[in-house]
Design a binder for this molecule. Structure first.
Ligand code: AMP
Length: 396
């Protein structure tokens, strides 16, 4: 059975086609700059990456080209072979604790939740509509970034603000990167051979969040009402004192939107270092002794260490700490700096085993009190699995 796993942004569309249940990747790729000119797309098939330039005025046009590519590359011989399309949907609010088959009600609810994710939910729905019109025979499934964190208890997800803000306006911690943390939870249950493992999942990429996991469920996470909470990230500030916002507005004459934009796009590694949001550039500048780069790296590491320590206590100890996503999977030096700070907890890094990149690996010493792993995340396969499950249930 062939299933498409899809992630639609406002001007982009990423996709992976799977043969299920084998979870074999048949083809993957991304359409970029849709509707904003100079659009192009890339496809990866049989280990080869191809880039093609073509104008796409809409997601619908991109999906039509995607179908042509699937046919031309022999991935499918007819449209009906694609039995399901799984969509990454960012915000499911308190309504969705699991993935769902997308019907009119779901579209309506996700659209209403756009208030909580104005940049993401409307774009995700454009993707849903495009596939619905181009591949009407496929079952469409929605997988939410927030769903995995719906197991958090009130004392973890509430902010200490007037309670009616929660009751009237839904002000609470929702958490994101749910599919990634859920993948890590599942993989660690397999690796450790127990369902009740206490795992601290560190998804550190351009966006970054930590998740405390117990019994395969999210107990706590560092992102909040929006993804700009918790850790310092590539361009996001993470946690700050909220009163900074009116203060900077007054000092600079910037509008609220401009200051919020600064906190999302001009802060983090980029804001502190003044160099880049990419940890590779920061590492290079650190090696050259650039002071602001060194400072930004120290701040980045310290925030991750603080959250790990917090979750270690919250979970009553930990069986494993996992590094995943761009920085977590690739940066041996950032991992080493973090683990070094965890020594008081008896956590020890095996320097040699840590020299790994993008592969599953145990990187702690044998006598480390907590095992430390690198696990490449796979959000796409989580979407494909849920989509496959719904198709199976429908046919039973
Ligand atoms: P993601 O958002 O998970 O795709 O992660 C993207 C980020 O991962 C990039 O912005 C880089 O900061 C980081 N990254 C990717 N490759 C490497 C690498 N080889 N070494 C250090 N950082 C990396």
């Amino acid at each position: 059975m062939k299933i498409l796993s899809v992630n639609a942004g406002s001007s982009s569309l990423k996709f992976t086609a799977y043969e299920m249940p084998e979870e074999k990747v048949l083809i993957s790729g991304a359409f970029e700059r849709i509707g904003i000119g100079e659009s192009f797309y890339t496809i990866k098939i049989n280990g080869e990456k191809i880039k093609k330039e073509k104008e796409f005025a809409s997601h619908k046009e991109a999906v039509a080209t995607l179908i042509d590519e699937l046919l031309e590359n022999g991935v499918i011989s007819s449209l009906e072979e694609i039995e399901g399309v799984g969509h990454r949907l960012v915000h499911g609010g308190e309504k969705y604790a699991e993935s769902v088959v997308i019907d009119e009600d779901v579209v309506q609810t996700v659209s209403e939740l756009s208030e909580l994710a104005p940049l993401h939910n409307p774009a995700n729905l454009i993707g849903v509509e495009a596939f619905k019109s181009e591949i009407p025979s496929a079952l469409e499934v929605g997988c939410f970034d927030t769903a995995f964190h719906q197991t958090m208890r009130k004392k973890e997800f509430l902010y200490p603000v007037p309670y009616e803000w929660y009751e009237k306006y839904g002000v609470r911690k929702y958490g994101f990167h749910g599919m990634s943390h859920a993948y890590i939870a599942g993989r660690m249950a397999e690796i450790l051979g127990k369902e009740d493992a206490r795992v601290i999942s560190c998804h550190i990429g351009n966006g970054a969040s930590l998740c405390a996991i117990k019994d395969g469920k999210s107990v706590d996470t560092s992102m909040g009402f929006t993804p700009n909470a918790g850790l310092m990230m590539g361009t996001r500030s993470g946690d700050i004192d909220a009163t900074l916002i009116p203060f900077i507005m007054g000092k600079t004459g910037k509008s609220l939107d401009e200051v919020i934009n600064d906190l999302n796009k001009k802060s983090g590694y980029l804001g502190v270092s003044g160099i880049s949001s990419d940890s590779r550039d920061i590492e290079e500048a650190v090696e050259k002794g650039n002071e602001r780069a060194i400072l930004s790296q120290e701040m980045y590491v310290e925030r991750i260490v603080n959250y790990i320590a917090e979750y270690y206590l919250e979970l009553g100890g930990a069986d494993a700490i996992v590094f995943t996503a761009g920085v977590g999977e690739n940066s041996a030096s950032t991992r080493a700096q973090i683990i070094q700070c965890l020594e008081p907890l008896g956590i020890k890094l095996d320097e040699e085993k840590n020299q790994t990149r993008g592969k599953e690996a145990l990187i702690s010493t044998e006598d480390s009190k907590v095992q430390v792993y690198v696990i490449p995340t796979d959000e796409e396969v989580m979407i494909a699995r849920d989509t496959y499950r719904f198709i199976q249930e429908r046919t039973i």
